[in-house]
Design a protein around this ligand. Structure first.
Ligand code: PMP
Length: 342
């Protein structure tokens, strides 16, 4: 019997589950969709170049003045702007968010990677020791991507105290809203009064607006002004500004959605305990499976079952927490992948 296209299609999983991008599984809220439509109708007009309304709303939320906030085309772009504003060497953990070395290079900086500990955590003492005369910036990804591990208050206190005052400490809190461990400090609350501490946040993750590209940083006014000088005018577009404002108005709904994801994170982590050794506890909306050489096999096998996860060759697999049904699809695909070996 010949295999027809229809046969192949009937074997294919009904829907593809996307658990590879650390995105929220929920679409934008009705109020946000409405704001997007409203802004789209005015798309022939330039946006407010300084995002005044949005920066004021973010400033209120953060309890700071608006001159400490810069918005940009995703927090990744703001990281590049930060590097461009100070130049020099960027010390960061590795493996961590893979864009750090790329963005540092693109912005004219040099990247100094510092290996993580065997527990997949930032090695903060080694990072402090790696700071040299040319270092302008040191990045702490808290919680860390892709492992979900997070640095605690005491170790961060020691680290921040060791960093010279002319070196910026950038705390990337892209996943801050998913943190449940009370020992993991909110960097703004803990270190916001230090002029060399910069906090990076985004509306891509908990707020579920990855496609709109909207990030913000909170810094000392002089640092914020220096970053503002290298941001290309109008780079926070009008739709993103309107959607961001509407999203910030829906804080309660955001927190409710985050709670669903966090509960699922703990459930999936519990199920993984019997399947994959040494999955580190995660404070993000994703889990790290340190499967080493099996990473590519697991990634491919899950994809064959219609579940897209992120494989890091030779290291591990990162799965983003989705809806309960999507996570069950992942667990079934993973069990299958582990049974079929490499
Ligand atoms: N920082 C970290 C740690 C991330 O994981 C990501 C996105 N994967 C970003 C920053 C970039 O987010 P944005 O969409 O705001 O550019």
């Amino acid at each position: 019997m010949h295999t027809t296209r229809a046969d192949l299609a009937s074997d294919a999983p009904a829907t593809t589950v996307r658990l590879a991008g650390n995105e929220m599984p929920f679409g934008p809220l009705p109020g946000v969709v409405e704001a997007i439509a409203g802004a789209a109708a005015d798309a022939h007009r330039y946006p407010d170049p300084a995002s005044v309304g949005l920066r004021e709303a973010l400033a209120r939320r953060c309890g700071v003045t608006a001159d400490r906030i810069v918005t940009g085309c995703g927090s990744a772009a703001l990281f590049a702007h930060l590097v461009a504003s100070v130049g020099g060497e960027v010390v960061h953990s590795w493996r961590s968010f893979e864009a750090y070395p790329m963005l540092a290079a693109a912005a004219g900086g040099t990247s100094v990677p510092v290996p993580v500990t065997p527990e997949h955590r930032h090695d903060l003492p080694a990072m402090a020791a790696a700071i040299g005369p040319r270092t302008r910036l040191v990045v702490v990804c808290n919680p860390d991507n892709p492992t979900g591990t997070a640095s605690g208050r005491a170790e961060l206190d020691r680290f921040v105290a060791r960093v010279p005052s002319d070196v910026l400490v950038v705390v990337d809190e892209a996943y801050r809203e998913f943190v449940t461990d009370p020992d993991v400090p909110d960097a703004l609350a803990a270190y916001g009064d230090r002029p060399n501490v910069v906090v990076l946040r985004t509306l891509s993750k908990a707020w579920g607006l990855a496609g709109l590209r909207l990030g913000y940083l909170i810094a000392h006014p002089e640092v914020a002004a220096a970053v503002g000088k290298v941001v290309i005018p109008f780079s926070t577009n009008a739709v993103a500004q309107a959607a961001g404002l509407a999203a910030l108005d829906a804080e309660v709904e955001m927190a409710r959605r985050v709670a669903v994801v966090v509960a699922e994170r703990e459930r999936v982590a519990g199920e993984l305990a019997d399947l994959v050794p040494d999955v580190p506890p995660s404070q993000g909306n994703f889990l790290w499976l340190p499967v080493g050489e099996a990473a590519e096999h697991v990634g491919r096998a899950c994809a064959a079952e219609g579940v897209l996860v992120r494989a890091y060759a030779g290291e591990g697999v990162r799965m983003t927490i989705g809806t309960p049904a999507q996570n069950d699809r992942f667990l079934a695909a993973l069990r299958h992948a582990l049974r079929t070996g490499r």
